[in-house]
Design a protein around this ligand. Structure first.
Ligand code: ATP
Length: 364
């Protein structure tokens, strides 16, 4: 029996991928580089073409233009289409899509490749062990939880020894509490098995917390591809900044890399030309208190959320801001406070009318 842990992880390259459905252009020149054995998240607003891109990588759709390579071999290009079953790419859908009439073990056995069928029992036991469900082989899908069903689906997908595993919003159907736990479990399994994984999601916290690198798909192309920290701390555009993480925004005027705002002169860590600018602050960069040295403000309202409180304040010039403060800061409505900014900020030229379209429309 071949070493069951030895998955033949492959790299994936997509270059210049275009795809239209009728008159609707969905992908407009997507470039993507996924190193073997890494986890890459494709993050983008609903309808931006994430599933279409996965289907092209798997071979369920042909690109109109562009090239896909897996482990260096061209599998889609002008005149070349390697069929789905020869690409050895696994696809794990949103809901595990287990066969309800088969036991958990039989579902996993269904994924086994020809070479592994001889040792089916040992292989099934192995993959169930890998996903932490060694004692559930005889259970039926309806007898186990949603999170366990997703892990069975992962075991079935891994049992086929894919060179690349594509995961299409695999946690979307799980409730919020379970989702965080299951996604962490699944990420750990993908790392332990050295699987090349491409995960599609519209949930930025999922992408940032799970992936080695994140490709932001906006308007039919990859707007930025980098480590989660790069994307969070140095988004290339205002649209990217708004899509990655929460923002507090104020306007100002940029001059030699410093933006003059109602919160004082703020240094930008990304290059911004002189002129009207939007400053993007991450919520953790703002501090509100009764005795800080920052800009004077007045508390309009406090909304307590348990772990933190959102304090609504108005600066002296009338600018309204919402500041997240840990715990319960004990501030009263109407209290005079100060707002401090911690660290350098992100600043971008003020958007023109065309750029103001919402993220949802950006893909159309
Ligand atoms: P979501 O996050 O909502 O699942 P997505 O980013 O995965 O969205 P896709 O499912 O790739 O987006 O769809 C992108 C666009 O392409 C949508 O407008 C969709 O209606 C359209 N589309 C996808 N597949 C087809 C098809 N086979 N025929 C026609 N239009 C399609």
């Amino acid at each position: 029996m071949t070493d069951p842990m030895a998955l033949p992880a492959a790299s994936v390259q997509a270059h210049g991928i275009h795809k239209a459905f009728g008159m609707r252009s969905v992908l407009r020149g997507v470039d993507l580089e996924v190193p073997a054995g890494s986890i890459t998240a494709i993050l983008g607003p609903s309808g931006c073409g994430k599933t279409t891109l996965l289907r092209i990588l798997a071979g369920f759709e042909d690109p109109d233009l562009g090239t896909v390579r897996i482990a260096g071999e061209t599998v889609a290009s002008d005149g070349v289409t390697v069929p789905v079953h020869r690409r050895r790419v696994g696809l794990m859908p949103q809901e595990g899509a287990l066969f309800p009439h088969l036991s958990v073990g039989e579902n996993v056995a269904f994924g086994l490749g020809r070479a592994d069928r001889e040792h089916a029992r040992a292989q099934v036991a192995h993959w169930l062990e890998v996903v932490g469900l060694g004692d559930l082989a005889r259970a039926r899908p309806h007898e186990i939880s949603g999170g366990q069903q997703q892990r069975v689906a992962l075991a079935r997908a891994l049992a086929a020894r894919p060179r690349v595993l594509l995961l299409d919003e695999p946690f979307a159907a799980l409730d919020a509490g379970l989702r965080v736990r299951v996604r962490e479990d699944i990420a750990a399994i993908l790392r332990d098995t050295g699987t090349t994984a491409i995960l599609v999601t519209h949930d930025q916290s999922e992408a940032l917390s799970l992936a080695d690198s994140v490709a932001l798909l906006i308007g039919g192309a990859v707007a930025q591809h980098g480590t989660p920290a790069d994307l969070y701390h140095r988004p290339g555009t205002l649209t990217s900044a708004r899509f990655i993480g929460n923002t507090v925004e104020i306007t100002g005027t940029a001059e030699s890399g410093t933006v003059h705002t109602a919160l004082g002169a703020l240094r930008s860590k990304v290059t911004v030309g002189d002129g009207p600018a939007v400053v993007v602050l991450r919520p953790e960069q703002l501090r509100v208190g009764a005795d800080g040295s920052g800009s004077p403000a007045r508390v309009r309202a406090c909304r307590f959320y348990g772990a933190d409180t959102v304090v609504h304040v108005t600066l002296d010039d009338g600018t309204a801001l919402q500041v997240r403060s840990p715990g319960a800061p004990g501030l009263d409505e109407g209290a005079d406070v100060t707002v401090d900014v911690v660290g350098d900020v992100l600043a971008y030229p003020s958007p023109t009318g065309r750029e103001r379209v919402s993220l949802g429309e950006a893909g159309s």
